[in-house]
Write a new protein. Structure first.
Length: 229
């Protein structure tokens, strides 16, 4: 179900069941932004969740994708043809899914991505734009946080909400790193968590894709995790 997380920010219940259940987010700050549209097939559907928040797919101005995994970017096809705005994705992940770079063949996730990009290419009919560390996209600042994926990107909104994707997962009111079997490099993830906790703009809400968001003290929770790693 849709939940109002902060002023102008809605949590969307996407996916099917853990670990395929994911959270997407809708942000209305004058522009309407969707962060992580979930799987290609959701129950409830992406369209239904957006309508429950009081909007339509055609109202969207942009989509931000924290990284190219099927449970985060698979739902892009559900936006066509109603949505015709830009989709932003970290440069290294955009190159990966387009076949312009090649993950390690003998790496568990690298092999999976080589297969997945053939079976589930980016849907036609959308405009894709690469994102680099420090880019400003409307009221969002992009922070490159590699490890889970080479192009994993966190988006921090000026209102004090950080959309963390799979940089961390929620667990019993706190935070933890994602599962190693679904990640490229756990050491790089830990380094990204530490670096982001140190240099990120201040934020109150930590909105990750898996687990309950931290509704207050988000940066402190991330710093606590960084200190424990």
């Amino acid at each position: 179900m849709v939940e109002r997380l902060a002023d102008g920010v809605w949590l969307l219940d996407l996916g099917l069941f853990p670990p395929l259940a994911t959270s997407g987010y809708l942000i209305d700050d004058g522009d309407l932004t969707l962060v992580d549209p979930g799987l290609f097939w959701n129950r409830p559907t992406l369209r239904t969740e957006i309508e429950r928040a009081g909007y339509a797919l055609s109202d969207l101005d942009r989509v931000l994708v924290t990284h190219w995994d099927l449970d985060h970017a698979g739902g892009l096809g559900a936006l066509v043809p109603a949505f015709d705005g830009p989709v932003y994705l970290g440069a290294a992940d955009l190159a990966l899914v387009r076949g312009e770079s090649h993950p390690p063949l003998l790496h568990h996730k690298g092999l999976f991505h080589r297969v997945a990009r053939r079976l589930f290419p980016l849907p036609a009919g959308l405009t894709y734009r690469s994102v680099a560390d420090g880019d400003r996209i409307g009221s969002f600042r992009a922070v490159h946080t590699p490890g889970h994926n080479p192009g994993h990107t966190v988006f921090v909104h000026d209102s004090g909400v950080a959309f963390l994707g799979d940089l961390v997962w929620g667990q019993e009111g706190g935070l933890r790193p994602p599962f190693w079997g679904d990640s490229y490099d756990m050491a790089e993830i830990r380094a990204s968590i530490r670096a982001f906790a140190e240099r990120a703009p201040d934020f109150e809400v930590a909105a990750m894709a898996h687990g309950e968001p931290v509704r207050s003290g988000g940066r402190e929770a991330l710093r606590d995790l960084a200190a424990r790693l």
